[in-house]
Design a protein around this ligand. Structure first.
Ligand code: ATP
Length: 226
C-alpha cells in the first residue's frame, strides 16, 4: 500500500461568472501524511469547501492534480472516482446525509455492501461500530427517529466503516450544540487514531483546529501553515 495519502499539486479552480472568471484556488499544494490530522481554516468564501470537494473527487480542478493513495483522482472518469472514493476516503458533512429510508445499521453498512461484502456480514460490522460510537441501542432506528447528535455519530461510523486512508470532514460539528459537538469530535479523533486514518477538517472553530496536528489557512487561493 502506498504511503502517500493525499497530494495536491498546483490545484487551481476557477468559476465562470458571465464574462468574468472567479479564481477561488490559485495553486494549492498539500501533502498529507499517514494518520496525520489537519485543520483547514479561512474566512467565509475563501474556498475551503471547494478544496475539500476537489480532494474528494466531487469537483474537478481547472488545472493541477490531486493524488489519492498514489492514484490521480482529478480528471478521471466518474466510475474511477467512485472506486477511489470507496477504497480510500470517508466523508463527514455538516448535515449527516444519511439515507432516510434506511436504518442506522443499513446506512453504516452501505459502503461495505458497495464493496460487495455480504449483507449479514456488513450489518454485523456496522452494528459493532455503532456500538462503539454509543449507538448500540439505535441499530434499527431510521435517521428521523434519532437526535441530531446521534445522526452525526452514525455519519462518523459510516465514514469510518471501511477504515479509509483519509476522512474529509466539512464543518462536522457545525450543526451541533457544544456538548454534542465535543462528543462527535472526540469520537472522530479516537477512531482516526485507532484506524490510523488521516483526517482533514474544515472548520471555523479555532478550538477544534488547535486539536489537530497541523493548521493550514486558506487565503488568497493558497494554503499556508498557520
Ligand atoms: N459552483 C460554483 N459556481 C460559482 N461559484 C462558486 C461555486 N462554488 C463555489 N463558488 C464560489 O467560490 C467561493 C468559495 O466558496 P466555498 O464554499 O468553497 O467557500 P468556503 O471557504 O467553504 O466558505 P464558507 O466558510 O462560508 O463555507 C465563493 O465565492 C463561492 O461563491
Amino acid at each position: 500500500m502506498s504511503d502517500q495519502v493525499l497530494l495536491c499539486r498546483d490545484v487551481v479552480r476557477q468559476f465562470n461568472e458571465g464574462s468574468s472568471t472567479l479564481e477561488v484556488l490559485s495553486g494549492v499544494n498539500l501533502d498529507v501524511r499517514p494518520a496525520e490530522r489537519l485543520a483547514i481554516i479561512g474566512s467565509s468564501g475563501s474556498g475551503k469547501t471547494t478544496l475539500l470537494q476537489i480532494m474528494g473527487g466531487l469537483d474537478e480542478p481547472t488545472s493541477g492534480d490531486v493524488i489519492v493513495g498514489g492514484q490521480t483522482i482529478a480528471h478521471t472518469s466518474e466510475r474511477e472516482k467512485g472506486l477511489l472514493r470507496n477504497k480510500y476516503l470517508g466523508f463527514v458533512y455538516q448535515f449527516h446525509h444519511l439515507l432516510p429510508e434506511f436504518t442506522a445499521a443499513e446506512n453504516v453498512a452501505m459502503p461495505l455492501m458497495i464493496r460487495r461484502m455480504p449483507r449479514a456480514e456488513a450489518l454485523a460490522a456496522a452494528g459493532k461500530l455503532l456500538d462503539r460510537v454509543g449507538l448500540g441501542a439505535r441499530l434499527t432506528h431510521k435517521p428521523g427517529e434519532m437526535s441530531g447528535g446521534e445522526r452525526q455519530r452514525a455519519a462518523v461510523a459510516r465514514a469510518l466503516i471501511t477504515q479509509p486512508r483519509l476522512v474529509l470532514a466539512d464543518e462536522p460539528t457545525g450543526n451541533l450544540d457544544a456538548g454534542n459537538g465535543e462528543h462527535v469530535l472526540n469520537l472522530m479523533l479516537e477512531l482516526n487514531r485507532e484506524f490510523q486514518t488521516s483526517l482533514i477538517i474544515v472548520t471555523h472553530d479555532h478550538a477544534i483546529a488547535r486539536r489537530m496536528d497541523r493548521i493550514l489557512t486558506l487565503e488568497g487561493g493558497v494554503l499556508n501553515e498557520a
